[in-house]
Design a protein around this ligand. Structure first.
Ligand SMILES: N[C@@H](CCC(=O)N[C@@H](CS)C(=O)NCC(=O)O)C(=O)O
Length: 203
């Protein structure tokens, strides 16, 4: 199996963490790729062109972070991500949804920053910055919740991957005023799977 991702994709980072958590790294080759390439031959097997994308040995493929987490977790037992929590625990589901909102919003923010400056929308930049401020402040208040500190789950990974985008968005200075979140992020950063999944953006 091959996992296609870019070094800058926070979603690909999440799947890399999952692969290291599940100790599947000897079965899955990481392929660093480029997205948004016109006429990319990959579009025949991955029509959306999005990463992370897992190419299976039978030539078919899987995309989308939550689907990939379920697939990989099911591939090798015991399951550590899929254990019922995500189906029935609405408190957990809400935390996961808000963490995903932070990541999705920050991803829109980066896309806007990366456009030529005369094409950037100040309205979108401001909107995403405001959303990120509200959500990081929310998470600072609830980050001691056992769901964000117990056994690893997708909510924690969405939140971590979103906060990690401070490396790419200068204005995303979420640490200021969010001491609890800062401590939480630093603990996550020191986890072996999180460390193993790290890539510098430049190389
Ligand atoms: N919903 C998807 C989002 C993945 C996504 O947006 N990936 C970005 C990179 S961070 C991408 O592939 N962009 C390329 C494009 O839009 O063509 C997931 O959860 O995996």
């Amino acid at each position: 199996m091959k996992l296609y991702g870019t070094k800058t994709s926070p979603y690909a980072r999440i799947i890399r963490i999952v692969i290291f958590e599940k100790k599947l790294n000897d079965q899955i080759e990481f392929i660093w790729t480029k997205t948004r390439v016109p006429d990319d031959p990959m579009y025949t097997i991955n029509p959306s062109g999005r990463v992370p994308f897992l190419l299976l040995d039978d030539g078919t493929g899987i995309e989308d972070t939550p689907v990939l987490v379920q697939f990989l977790d099911n591939l090798k037992k015991p399951r550590i991500f899929v254990h019922g929590l995500e189906y029935f625990d609405f408190q957990y589901l809400q935390i996961e949804a808000k963490a995903r909102s932070l990541l999705d919003g920050a991803s829109v923010w980066i896309r806007e920053i990366r456009r030529p400056s005369n094409e950037q929308s100040p309205t979108i930049l401001q909107h995403e910055q405001n959303r990120a401020i509200r959500l990081t402040s929310y998470f600072d208040k609830i980050v001691s919740d056992p769901l964000l500190n117990g056994s690893i789950n997708l909510a924690q990974l969405y939140l971590f991957a979103a906060l990690d985008l401070e490396r790419r968005i200068q204005a995303f200075s979420w640490r200021r005023g969010n001491a609890n979140l800062t401590t939480w992020y630093e603990r996550m950063e020191s986890q072996p799977s999180v460390k193993a999944s790290w890539q510098p953006y430049s190389s």
